[in-house]
Design a protein around this ligand. Sequence first.
Ligand code: MLT
Length: 214
Amino acid sequence: MTRLATSAPETFIHRFEPATAPGQAPLLLLHGTGGDENDLLPLGRTVAPGAALLSPRGRTLEAGMPRFFRRLAEGVFDEEDLRRRTHELADFVEQARVEYGLPAPIALGFSNGANIAAAMLLLRPEVLSGAVLLRAMSPFAKPPAAALTAKPVLIVSGSFDPIIPEEDAARLAATLIGAGASVDHRSLPTGHGLSQADLRLVRDWLAQRLALAS
Ligand code: MLT
């Protein structure tokens, strides 16, 4: 099912796939720079079979490539835009939950999508029930205080990632732990792109956390 922006300016072009297996948290799929709403659907189906999938397209363009927020240079974020876009995306998720009748999703973000998911954990923690952050970095120079009590977060870094320095991902993990999240930070011997090992790790981690409390 594809929905196009029609009414409120906050509305995102997105794809929604309803759940085929009940009782699981939906996934909020957030693509990387240059991706779109179609990119992560196969990944979502692989790591969370039967879960509902909500996949918006980032509303910022960089040289024609969709992103979720503006950056000033690689790894240097326009934090004012990041804050505004994070609230816009969080509002969209809340509207989509009402429209599609969904519980709070677990975000599954890659690169730029992982960075806005990390920002959402810090600025609007109630919107997400957890997050998988693939190749993420710390979104804010001075992270805001947040209460993430026991929220499950998986961070997967690549030890040869030329874009995300390992200490930056470690700083993000420390921020989230400091805010009370239950963080599992793994590093794989790979680069910025995703590997089969990422898929296995994410699938196994989600298998323990997707089931909704009844
Ligand atoms: C970002 O801009 O969010 C990060 O540098 C990752 C990227 O999208 O290249």
